[in-house]
Design a protein around this ligand. Structure first.
Ligand SMILES: Nc1nc2c(ncn2[C@@H]2O[C@H](COP(=O)(O)OP(=O)(O)OP(=O)(O)O)[C@@H](O)[C@H]2O)c(=O)[nH]1
Ligand SMILES: [Zn+2]
Length: 365
């Protein structure tokens, strides 16, 4: 395939610099001499990527050698491109070190983690008034975002549909700790200015949240035009139709970067132990006074967490949520372990077969 032609794309790159490029990346890239150029992944398809380079969006393939060692470029990645115009080829040959990365537990029985996007400064967890507002789901998102290394901000979209937004904002704040909770309406463009502190030049913000909460509408509002199709909500169950299909990076006129994520219906915790501790910091704090170091806060004597629940300091639902998510985490890591063991077994089998083949070919069998 000739992937060297510059593509027409909905992604705009007026800046003659790669957004988010910094000194650390410069240093990492300085190891590459010759026909190599830096770029940033704007969208990833199965075998091709759209890549922001200085002042343009280009298409590039992914080097087989890179995939072979398990490196998968994702949206937001800063990459090294090998340009060979004489061969009509442009390839992503390496991924520069990731500052932060948003992952989720991989689907299927192999366990492990799947990186969704990289090099994010802030993650907007978008939820909306109505049935989507689910504190337990927000707690899960918070744990995932904390473990990514990016800072979470909760957006409560569709305030135009709510008579008493303050009550709901307070409800969300009760589980959010120090995380900002911002009520807004993407459709009527109210409250959007509250987001400007997170959208400075060179900063990268990703949006996550269920399908239909208004992520695409929000991106369109920021860009001042329709770049992402939005879906109508089915009246009966308020579940959004899945309208966004590709995870994509958008450049705002001021040089900030927004990354949309298609509605993630079921997001698993992956390897978010640290994130979980941050999302439930009041439980972790209370647990320091438990009698036993390995207290599970279920029925042990001298459990300071259970006492805090009894005294109404920690809501019972918070502890139940913590238990449920901790259980999931243990399940995920077991799954990953089983997956690894299976992989090892397969590897051993292959080595044994190779030895057999070798012996056969040399007449030793
Ligand atoms: N009333 C109201 N409706 C909104 C608002 N924001 C978005 N919507 C509507 O909600 C529906 C879903 O919005 P989208 O922007 O497509 O949602 P999404 O989160 O991008 O969904 P996916 O692409 O499936 O992940 C559309 O019909 C929007 O017009 C808002 O602030 N108020
Ligand atoms: Zn305890």
């Amino acid at each position: 395939m000739n992937n060297h032609s510059e593509t027409e794309s909905s992604i705009h790159c007026d800046a003659d610099k790669i957004p988010g490029w910094n000194k650390e990346l410069e240093l990492a890239f300085s190891a590459y001499k010759g026909p190599y150029t830096p770029g940033r992944i704007a969208s990833r398809h199965k075998t091709v990527c759209e890549v922001l380079v200085s002042g343009a969006v280009v298409q590039a393939g992914i080097s087989g050698a890179l995939l072979k060692i398990g490196k998968q470029p994702v949206v937001g990645d800063f990459v090294v491109l090998l340009d060979q115009p004489e061969l009509g080829s442009r390839m992503v040959v390496n991924i520069l070190p990731r500052r932060t990365c948003l992952s989720r537990g991989a689907a299927g029985d192999g366990g492990g983690e799947q990186v969704i996007a990289a090099n994010l400064d802030t993650i907007f967890i978008v939820t909306s008034y109505g049935k989507d507002l689910n504190l337990r789901r927000l707690e899960r998102y918070l744990a995932i975002v904390y473990s990514s290394g990016a800072s979470p901000v909760i957006l409560l979209n569709k305030i135009d549909l709510e008579d008493n937004p303050t009550r709901l904002v307070e409800k969300v704040r009760s589980i959010a700790g120090n995380v900002p909770v911002i009520p807004l309406s993407a459709l009527s463009k109210t409250g959007l200015e509250e987001l400007s502190p997170y959208l400075n030049q060179g900063e990268t913000v990703a949006l996550i949240g269920s399908s239909g909460v208004g992520k695409s509408t929000l991106i369109n509002a920021f860009l001042g035009k329709t770049v992402q199709k939005t879906g109508d909500i089915r009246k009966d169950d308020e579940k959004g139709r899945h309208t966004t299909t590709v995870r994509q990076l958008f450049l705002l006129p001021n040089g900030a970067v927004l990354i949309d994520n298609p509605g993630i219906r079921e997001i698993q915790l992956g390897d978010s132990a640290e994130g979980l501790e941050k999302a439930f910091s009041e439980i972790v704090d209370a647990a320091r006074n438990c009698k036993f170091k390995d207290c599970t806060h279920r029925d042990e004597p001298g459990c300071a967490v259970l006492k805090a629940v009894e005294n109404g300091i920690i809501p019972e639902e918070r502890l139940a949520s913590y238990h449920r998510l901790t259980g999931e985490l243990i399940f995920q890591s077991k799954k990953a372990e089983i997956g690894l063991k299976r992989l090892e077994k397969e590897k051993c089998k292959k080595i044994a077969l190779d030895i057999k083949k070798y012996k056969k070919s040399t007449g030793k069998l």
